[in-house]
Design a protein around this ligand. Structure first.
Ligand code: AMP
Length: 190
């Protein structure tokens, strides 16, 4: 299991789980949200371009996001495997990832979807906003991000479902419990 995606609504704990799973299976976790946030903080040209979309809870345009992921996946530490967190989120990004993988003669092994109820997600995200002061964690922006997730990302999951690649895990509950659930479902698929 070396090339994986993790998909889940904002607040489902996918970032935390991605870090833990990547350590256990020995591949690098790549979070597009983290890369964007780092670029915003460092005020790089990419960050300046992405900031207004991120602050409004909108997707950064596909061409910008695709270019960034292509560059990242070409780096040495991702050549033998990766766990992508937060990408692809649109049908265009699915096609781009297919192209990137086909060009290197690889394919995805599994798409892991973390599931969670909207109201639980909103309250989790509001708690997180108080803790880390993220600019996109206000209730209005949170609800918008959830809508976008349900709308656009749905097509992404449907596509991978049609390829028979999606494994679903309940993302609610204690962090360790969710990691155990994920590792058990990965073991079943292997
Ligand atoms: P996340 O940390 O995954 O919730 O991402 C935070 C924000 O980064 C999102 O609300 C988007 O503005 C942007 N972002 C992250 N990944 C993508 C992506 N694959 N496509 C477009 N925008 C993204």
């Amino acid at each position: 299991m070396t090339r994986m995606l993790i998909i889940g609504p904002p607040g489902s704990g996918k970032g935390t789980q991605a870090e833990r799973i990547s350590e256990r299976i020995g591949v690098v976790a790549i979070s597009t949200g983290d890369i964007f946030r780092r670029n915003v903080k460092e005020a790089t040209p990419l960050g300046l371009e992405a900031k207004k979309f991120i602050d409004g809870g909108d997707f950064v345009p596909d061409d910008v996001t695709n270019r960034m992921v292509r560059d990242r996946l070409e780096q040495e530490d991702a050549v033998d495997g990766f766990l992508l967190d937060g990408y692809p989120r649109t049908a265009d990004q699915v096609r781009e990832l297919d192209d990137i993988l086909a060009a290197s003669g690889h394919s995805l092994d599994i798409v892991l979807q973390l599931t969670a109820d909207d109201e639980e997600l909103v309250s989790r995200l509001k708690r997180r906003a108080e803790l880390d002061g993220r600019t996109d964690d206000t209730e209005e922006v949170i609800r918008h991000r959830l809508e976008l997730y349900r709308g656009q990302t749905h097509a992404v999951v449907a596509e991978y479902d049609s390829r028979g690649m999606v494994t679903r895990v309940d993302g609610l509950g204690d962090i360790d419990e969710v990691t155990d659930r994920v590792m058990k479902s990965l073991a079943k698929v292997q």
